[in-house]
Design a binder for this molecule. Structure first.
Ligand code: NAD
Ligand code: UDX
Length: 464
């Protein structure tokens, strides 16, 4: 394995929100290494090769443009990319299982296994396999077993290198990460493989920010990092309910506690609930692992983070119904934002999906605007959570601006913190709405005093 340094070719299986941006950054920073990003999804690959990337991320197009066609290539020819790659990143999805044992909790590792079998079938000679996907602790062991059992010509070192980027800030996070984590087997071959990957990242990341650990610590740290981040949000969201009944202001409380350097200010923004493809999935995975290893108390501790998040979403839609005189039937409600956070077109587990579903089931007519999310995605997401096509046809309108959505509405619900919502023409919005005109700010994004002065009734999260 030690002969592999320096690598000439890298391949990445999976061209999603992680595979695409991560590999584009490596290609941009290491022009001497050829980087092939492959995916089974032809449409996705075509988009990576076009001017309309499949992932909306500020600054990403420039990074892709710099390297694409020079040393960065997107294709569906997985086998060709694997065969002569020195390092193979596996960046396929690891969604929550929806069937069989562990359904609703465990990670579905079918794509990981598919990738491992494909590598084993094609690979010849020494290869470093890098787990980029978020996976349960000890998955590297399963990968190694599949690889060695199915390959006569390959020699494999499996590394764990979880990705910590957040969507919406992916380019910044990749350019200047808090840390890079690399886990490897504690053997001379394992150490050499770790060093090979360290050398790639150290092209642009200071060496002291590259952390190396054993495989299991690295795999587990990714789940734990997400669980800790989500736990902070659930903690402050639980306090938001208390603020509303006591007259305290959750943003003031967050500021006051966040100035304690032992607590810190980040991830204390109270909201309608966290979303995204990672937090819920990874906590459920952690919960499943704890149950599996006979630790029910630990499992239920972390499960409560999800329960609090679910309650926060329900509480928000309940607040809208209660405030609008206990009925939203046939009332138009403008929903501003559908993405799970600003600056992304990703809607996975977005709080907006659940709030919209609840309101549709209460008979509301939803007028929805999001600057980046397509109509197809919105409809598919709502159907996935049980909204019928008839309900979509009768009760959902997709609008071209937030002002249009608010026309004739009884209430506006702000569900994503897009900057443009701060710039809306609120006098026009008010004029077009039924009175009293309510704003439900699920992100505490807007200037509530100004809105009240203009004439709105405002409900904000955690404001007494
Ligand atoms: P994604 O669903 O956007 O992309 C995964 C891609 O893998 C899909 O395009 C799919 O077609 C492809 N794929 C699956 N099997 C394949 C195969 N055998 N060959 C080729 N392509 C295959 O997922 P994502 O958001 O990029 O996440 C990938 C992993 O990274 C997950 O484990 C996730 O938990 C983790 N992660 C995600 C984020 C995030 O912000 N999205 C951040 C950190 C870590
Ligand atoms: C998260 C982790 O931050 C990242 O390190 C990991 O690699 C993937 O999962 P992501 O889900 O992309 O990243 O975005 P993040 O910024 O963490 O936000 C997740 C959700 O929490 C969003 O819905 C966001 O709006 C919400 N959030 C975040 C809050 O409600 N309050 C906060 O203070 C921070």
């Amino acid at each position: 394995m030690t002969n592999m340094i320096p690598p000439k070719k890298i391949c990445c299986i999976g061209a999603g929100y992680v595979g695409g941006p991560t590999m584009a950054m490596i290609a941009a920073k290491c022009p001497d290494i050829r980087v092939d990003v492959v995916d089974l999804n032809e449409e996705r690959i075509a988009a990576w090769n076009s001017d309309e990337l499949p992932v909306y991320e500020p600054g990403l197009y420039d990074v892709v443009k710099e390297a694409r066609g020079r040393n960065l290539f997107f294709s569906t020819d997985t086998e060709a990319a694997i065969v002569d790659a020195d390092i193979i990143f596996v960046s396929v999805g690891t969604p929550t299982k929806t069937y069989g044992r562990g359904a609703g909790r465990a990670a579905d590792l079918c794509y990981i296994e598919g990738a491992a079998r494909m590598i084993a079938k094609v690979a010849k000679g020494p290869k470093i396999i890098v787990e980029k996907s978020t996976i349960p602790v000890r998955t590297a062991e399963a990968m190694r077993t599949i690889l060695t059992a199915n390959s006569s010509e390959g020699q494999f070192q499996v590394l764990s290198n979880p990705e910590f980027l957040a969507e919406g800030t992916a380019v910044e996070d990749l350019q200047c990460p808090d840390r890079i984590l690399i886990g490897g087997e504690r053997t001379p071959e394992g150490d050499a493989a770790v060093e090979t990957l360290v050398n790639i990242y150290s092209q642009w990341i200071p060496r002291e920010r590259i952390l190396t650990t054993n495989l299991w610590s690295s795999e587990l740290s990714k789940l734990v990092a997400n669980a800790f981040l989500a736990q902070r949000i659930s903690s402050i969201n639980s306090i938001s309910a208390l603020c509303e009944t006591t007259g305290a202001d959750v943003d003031e409380v967050a500021r006051a506690i966040g100035m304690d350097s032992r607590i810190g200010p980040k991830f204390l923004k109270s909201s309608v609930g966290f979303g995204g493809s990672c937090f819920q999935k990874d906590i459920l995975n952690l919960v499943y692992l704890c149950e599996h290893f006979g630790l029910p108390q630990v499992a239920s501790y972390w499960e409560s983070v999800i329960q609090m998040n679910d309650w926060q979403k329900e509480r928000f839609s309940g607040k809208i119904v209660n405030t609008l005189f206990n009925t939203v039937r046939n009332k138009r409600i403008a929903v501003w934002g559908f993405a799970f956070k600003k600056d992304t077109n990703d809607t996975r587990e977005s709080a907006a999906i659940y709030v919209c579903r609840d309101l549709l089931l209460e008979g509301a007519n939803i007028a929805l605007y999001d600057p980046r999310v397509s109509q197809e995605t919105i409809i598919a997401d709502l159907k996935y959570v049980g909204v019928s096509q008839e309900m979509i046809d009768a009760q959902l309108t997709i609008c071209d601006s937030c002002e249009d959505a608010a026309l004739e509405a009884h209430g506006v619900a702000v569900l994503t913190e897009w900057d443009e919502f701060k710039e809306a023409d609120y006098s026009r919005v008010l004029d077009g709405m039924h009175k009293p005109a309510f704003i439900f700010d699920g992100r505490n994004l807007l200037n509530h005093d100004t809105l009240r002065k203009i004439g709105f009734e405002v409900y904000a999260i955690g404001k007494g």
